[in-house]
Design a protein around this ligand. Structure first.
Ligand SMILES: Cc1cc2nc3c(=O)[nH]c(=O)nc-3n(C[C@H](O)[C@H](O)[C@H](O)COP(=O)(O)OP(=O)(O)OC[C@H]3O[C@@H](n4cnc5c(N)ncnc54)[C@H](O)[C@@H]3O)c2cc1C
Length: 414
């Protein structure tokens, strides 16, 4: 007899939670999503909107590690620390240092590639169901760099070539032909011709959520205080005021997931890489497609809200206030590339959910098999939303898969 799950509770209505909810409800399973905020209002709200299936190499790399001291001691660098948080982050930093070698880097690249490679087909399927007019643009994505950055770029190009990823190297002049407003402060770059971007990530998450509700999904706006598996066929979700029982539950709380996994006596080293954005209103016409300046760890995306300038990595946890210096850094980077930019608006801080080996956690809890994890998608959680929905719904319904899901298990931290 085939197994049919009777009910699922999902904690978190970011891009992961809404995509998981939609896939499960399509399988005819009753689903309730919980979120302390309105759907799509946390990190999935303010990201750069790039769908980046090519971005297989992450930050656990020897060359990045080599650059860290220089980045930290520069007042104009892409990496910053909130010193009061660093003692709490030491275990994460240790594990990160351990995974900054060529073997771990290639392991991450291989298993990021496995899911990134399927990410766009999974979205295209969703885009057949929701109206994405004026929400998705198909004009490619450009990365640029200076001569200071050639070693890291050569490594990335080589790895992507090895994995068969399509990339087009461009000279400065070729880039200026595509984006004539850019200042000549870079040396060369790459165009991902087939890449697409969101003109409003929040608008897309909202459409997916609406589709989930239309198909019969439920939503409860409440903070989940605790979660446990009570027996073989039941999990219990508690909010401040109520208790809810489901056969299975999914944790999809992004960077906040650790608050729940710690309760399950699994010490998963999830932390956050904080990132910021600002908008330059009515300036989105200055570029046709996203442009990312790799030396600066920052990029600009033309969006419905204006030109969104996004970036930096700040290690500082979930509770520290936003840093004015990081916002100033992004504004200066944007004005370096587009000197015509004036005043900015809408300063925003988001929390990338990141494991030290830069692979997400997707799979059942080690001690509670009816609780399933779906978090830790770091810089690529927007790109990976739709495929995560498919993978997690398959795990919930115990379907067979050809994918090797073992590298995403939380058991790797035991
Ligand atoms: C500056 C920046 C730029 C980025 N750019 C890109 C990009 O261009 N491309 C890309 O692929 N990725 C990008 N990312 C990464 C991407 O945005 C994230 O990985 C992704 O949004 C994470 O989605 P999520 O659903 O896991 O988490 P979230 O969007 O944070 O959603 C988690 C949800 O859980 C809820 N929640 C948490 N705890 C509880 C609780 N106890 N009870 C109830 N609800 C709870 C929260 O309210 C939230 O709604 C970027 C990130 C940042 C910060």
């Amino acid at each position: 007899m085939t197994y049919k799950c009777k009910s699922v509770g999902i904690i978190g209505a970011g891009i992961q939670g809404t995509c998981i909810g939609l896939q499960l409800i399509k399988k005819g399973i009753p689903v309730t999503i919980f979120d302390k905020n309105d759907p799509g209002k946390m990190t999935s709200y303010g990201n750069a909107g790039h769908f980046s299936p090519y971005a297989v190499l992450q930050l656990n790399r020897p060359d990045v590690l080599y650059d860290v001291p220089k980045m930290l001691f520069s007042s104009y660098g892409p990496l910053a620390l909130k010193w009061n948080y660093i003692p709490k982050m030491i275990p994460w930093i240790f594990r990160y240092l351990k995974s900054c070698n060529k073997k771990s880097m290639m392991h991450t690249a291989k298993y990021m590639h496995q899911i990134l490679n399927l990410s766009m087909d999974a979205y295209e399927e969703i885009f057949q169901e929701i109206d994405v007019t004026n929400l998705v643009e198909r004009k490619g994505i450009i990365y640029i760099w200076t001569k200071d950055n050639l070693k890291s770029r050569k490594l990335e190009i080589k790895v992507r070539d090895k994995l068969g990823i399509k990339q087009k190297l461009l000279t400065q002049d070729e880039i200026l032909d595509l984006e004539p407003n850019l200042n000549r402060v870079f040396h060369e770059g790459i165009l991902y011709e087939d890449a697409i971007h969101a003109r409003d990530p929040y608008g897309i998450t909202t459409k997916i959520f609406e589709q989930y509700i239309k198909r019969g999904g439920k939503f409860i706006k409440a903070k989940v205080k605790s979660l446990k598996q009570t027996n073989e066929t039941e999990t219990l979700i508690k909010t401040d005021t109520e208790e809810y029982r489901f056969e299975k539950s999914v944790i999809a709380c992004g960077a906040f997931s650790k608050l729940l996994t710690d309760q399950l006596s699994e010490h998963i080293p999830l932390d956050t890489e904080r990132g910021y954005h600002v908008h330059f209103k009515n300036m989105e016409h200055l570029i046709k497609r996203p442009v990312i300046f790799l030396d600066r760890g920052f990029g600009m995306t033309p969006m419905n809200q204006g030109l969104r300038a996004v970036g930096t990595v700040e290690l500082g946890g979930l509770k520290n206030p936003p840093s004015k210096k990081r916002i100033d850094y992004i504004v200066r980077c944007a004005q370096e590339l587009l000197p015509q930019l004036g005043k900015h608006e809408d300063e925003w801080l988001g929390f990338r959910p990141t494991l030290p080996d830069f692979l997400p956690v997707m799979g059942p809890s080690l001690k509670n098999k009816n609780i399933i994890y779906a978090f830790g998608h770091h810089h690529l959680g927007w790109t990976l939303g739709a495929i995560t929905g498919k993978i997690i719904s398959g795990i919930v319904t115990e379907e067979k898969t050809n994918l090797d899901l073992s590298p995403y298990s939380s058991s790797r931290f035991n």
